[in-house]
Design a protein around this ligand. Structure first.
Ligand SMILES: [Zn+2]
Length: 269
């Protein structure tokens, strides 16, 4: 079985001691044929590109500005990002969006302005987007704000098969449906496997296998059974098994469809 990790942060210092070994041994042995590296702050863009250039068979880069880092993004970064987005290793813009758990560090107005600016850049470069949407407790209004920004500012025109992915899907079917209605995929990770998250599993089951891709969001969010440990893309087969069991499909089928979806999202062969 072949797998892809559609969302990883392998440049995180958590991998400083064994990054090369992971990429040359652990990942290929686990069946990984792709790992998408997310560089989501101005100081992460060049390192993400460098990783993709060093491991061109396995790593592809996504560049953008995470809503949490809105205060670190300055007008002079804009032309640099526009330029870097043209690099052959860059397959999408992200992760971008809204995060209402960090409004103290990154105020609402700044987040919204940044998100709109990023969507305008996406329209310009016509690459898919990786959405990060995080709610505070049980308040789902952040999703409404996100989808309304998409409706008003995102043309959804990309050179690949999908406009983007709602990464780290962690919501109800209502939110899943809004994402699917706009053509987005759902990114499934360790959160899907946690005992308390039955509502996520139900939403994903309703959304259907055809609309999902797998991710780790490593080094965070290790799947059930490995919680507390550092996460890495070799846990994708485990996440695949959990998801296949819950959706009641053979894991081989799930691997094939999610790998195909990831390739089509990012325009990979
Ligand atoms: Zn991430």
């Amino acid at each position: 079985m072949l797998f892809m990790d559609s969302h990883a942060h392998l440049n995180d210092p958590a991998f400083d001691t064994d990054r090369d070994f992971l990429l040359t041994h652990t990942l290929p042995q686990a069946g990984l044929v792709g790992s998408i590296e997310i560089g989501c702050a101005p100081n992460e863009w060049e390192p993400a590109l460098a990783l993709a250039a060093d491991y061109p068979q396995l790593v592809h880069a996504v560049l953008g500005v995470h809503p949490e880092y809105a205060p670190q993004y300055h007008p002079e970064d804009a032309p640099r990002l526009t330029q870097l987005m043209k690099d052959e290793h860059v397959v999408a813009l992200g992760e971008i969006g809204l995060d209402y758990t960090c409004l103290t560090e990154s105020p609402l107005e700044k987040q919204h302005a940044l998100f709109i600016h990023m969507l305008e850049l996406a329209n310009q470069v016509q690459k898919p987007i990786v959405l990060h949407v995080r709610r505070e407790n049980e308040d789902y209004s952040v999703y409404q704000d996100c989808f309304s920004a998409l409706k008003h500012h995102f043309k959804g025109k990309t050179t690949t098969a999908y406009p983007g992915v709602l990464h780290c899907f962690c919501a109800r079917y209502e939110e899943a449906k809004q994402a699917l209605d706009q053509g987005f995929l759902l990114g499934i990770n360790g959160c899907f496997t946690y005992k308390k998250n039955e509502y996520i599993r139900e939403a994903v089951k309703k959304a259907g296998l055809q609309h999902i891709i797998l991710e780790t969001d490593c080094p965070y969010l290790s799947p059930q059974g490995k919680r507390g440990e550092r996460n890495d893309p070799s846990n994708i087969p485990l996440i695949a098994q959990w998801t296949a069991d819950y959706l009641n499909v053979p894991v081989e089928t799930l691997a094939e469809i999610t790998t195909q979806n990831t390739k089509r999202l990012y325009g990979l062969q």
